[in-house]
Write a protein that binds this ligand. Structure first.
Ligand code: ADP
Ligand code: MG
Length: 240
């Protein structure tokens, strides 16, 4: 589904991604861990061109999305993204947050989008919040709404950038539960997280990113029980 070849990204001479190569297949759940500043967010943001790569190619299905001729808006419709700080529109109701993109892009009529939004809100037990504004919700509720907002576009893949890092501890579980459900339903997911329990349970593949490269990757069993790179060993002793 996604192929990354020789991806480099620099910000004003700060060389952040130093050659990332990876292929992600449909249905995979790739969990990315690594120290702060190692380039995890930059990597995710390059996947849907929220950041423009300095060098390298990114293919999504049969399109080279780094080719300027590709319609990136069409590609982004199929790549949902969930951020640490939710990024809900504060001036829009919950329902409007969910329906805005599919209606604006002409994928659904307002009526279809409203019906779909209510189904999604029922699914997460927040139908009664449809007409509330984001500031009336808890962090866990906001993040679950951000996730169903991504789902409302029927994406092929969802990219999660530390979706539980900004939450109070008692709200982490409800967000991880929803992510586990999506995983079970077959969603392709790329997840940057520090939640190692989630990673062990859900990941089909673990990546360790350090200093702008994928320093190690493996199935979760091997990755956690038999890490090879000393930097990964050291990192795991700190987070486990
Ligand atoms: P991580 O998510 O692993 O903590 P990031 O990808 O956020 O790491 O950041 C990696 C490096 O890239 C950091 O040094 C950060 O300051 C830099 N960086 C990230 N985004 C930008 C940006 N938009 N402009 C300039 N520097 C950036
Ligand atoms: Mg980050």
């Amino acid at each position: 589904m996604i192929t990354v070849k020789g991806l480099h990204k620099s910000f004003d001479g700060n060389h952040v991604l130093k050659g990332v190569d990876i292929t992600i297949k449909k249905g995979e759940k790739v969990v990315v861990i690594g120290p702060s500043g190692s380039g995890k967010s930059t990597f995710l943001r390059c996947l849907n061109l929220l950041e423009q790569p300095t060098q390298g190619e990114i293919w999504f299905e049969s399109s080279n999305i780094t080719d300027p001729k590709t319609n990136i808006d069409k590609v982004r419709q199929k790549m949902g993204m969930v951020f640490q700080h939710f990024n809900l529109f504060p001036h829009l109701t919950v329902k409007k947050n969910i329906t805005l993109a599919p209606v604006k892009l002409g994928l659904q009529t307002q009526e279809e989008a409203d019906t779909n939004a209510m189904h999604l809100l029922e699914r997460i037990g927040l139908a009664d919040k449809a007409d509330s504004y984001p500031n009336m919700l808890s962090g866990g509720q906001k993040q679950r709404i951000a996730i169903v907002r991504a789902l409302a576009m029927n994406p092929e893949v969802i990219l999660f950038d530390e979706p539980t890092s900004a939450l109070d501890p008692e709200m982490v579980g409800e967000v991880l539960e929803l992510m586990k459900e999506l995983a079970k339903e077959g969603m392709t997911m790329v997840v940057v997280t520090h939640e190692m329990g989630f990673a062990r349970e859900v990941a089909t593949r673990m990546l360790f990113m350090d200093e702008g490269i994928i320093m190690e990757q493996n199935n979760p069993q091997e990755f956690f029980s038999n890490p090879q790179n000393p930097r990964l060993k050291d990192f795991l002793t700190k987070v486990l």
